[in-house]
Design a protein around this ligand. Sequence first.
Ligand code: DGY
Length: 327
Amino acid sequence: MKKKILVSRLYPKAGIRLLEKEDFALTLWEKERPMTQTELIEQAKTHHALLCTLTDRIDQHFLKHCRHLEIISQFAVGYDNIDIEKATSFGIPVGFTPDAMSEATADIAFGLMIAVARKMFFLHKTIIKGQWGHFNPTGNLGLELKNKTLGIFGLGRIGVKMAQRCKNAYDMDIIYHNRTRNKAAEKMLNATYVKFDDLLLQSDVLSVHCALTSATKEIFNGPVFKKMKSSAIFINTARGPIHHEKDLAQAILKGDIWGTGLDVTNPEPMQPDNPLLTMENVCILPHVGSGTIEARDQMSVLAAMNIIKFYKNDNVPHIVNPEVLKP
Ligand code: DGY
């Protein structure tokens, strides 16, 4: 019998073509919107494998109904939408797509940093509103980044790319805080490991690149922003729930920090009346970090290969829970 693969969204063709070349029966969800969880469960019940992404809730409820799945292949590097512990307890391997989007996401973090430092999104909006007056010698002033200190929270693949950009462009000093030290990156970037509090105290730009876990959920909150420099820029391109969004808005209003650049918000989507959207030193994007043709193609290839190799060789090249595979 052909293995039935449920493909939960319209993913780039590069990966879908690879699946089509194999002897699988594919079900492609072709609507622009994600399936509701009820639709996803009903569909997944009759399939052997699922190709999904962060808009699909693969929680206890889903897994209770779909514990028969042979593999779940996530189109993303983050997998906080999946209850990994439960999937592991049911012996379901979970694939993911690391590194495919590292360059693309670092570009967004780097771009947001400059955009916030120079109030770019806000000034663009003033032109649309017909508010471009005269050249103003003391107005619309931003910050320079040359020789400043970049603090990375989560110095992994994407954090390293962001640090490289900041070092090459602005000769920034790199400090970081991780659960475990990244000695290779320390050597490559001349980066210094610091305690979390020192990261807050010393960073001119603090860029978040960690995973969302119970330990990092809303770790950036009011008291934490208060410890940062009043001239600091907070960048989050990882996951929205890592920051407390009302506290972040308050911190900017009170002058605890200078501003923020977010590619991820808490919650998503951000509502159009969110006060952050009207602030001068704030730039927000709608979760497009991995949104380049190259990155998304590569993500779809990695997600497809995780399924193909699993059925061919009992191996998932990029796996979150390797313990479920036979030795
Ligand atoms: C990821 O890969 O986790 C991004 O957030 C979406 O591409």
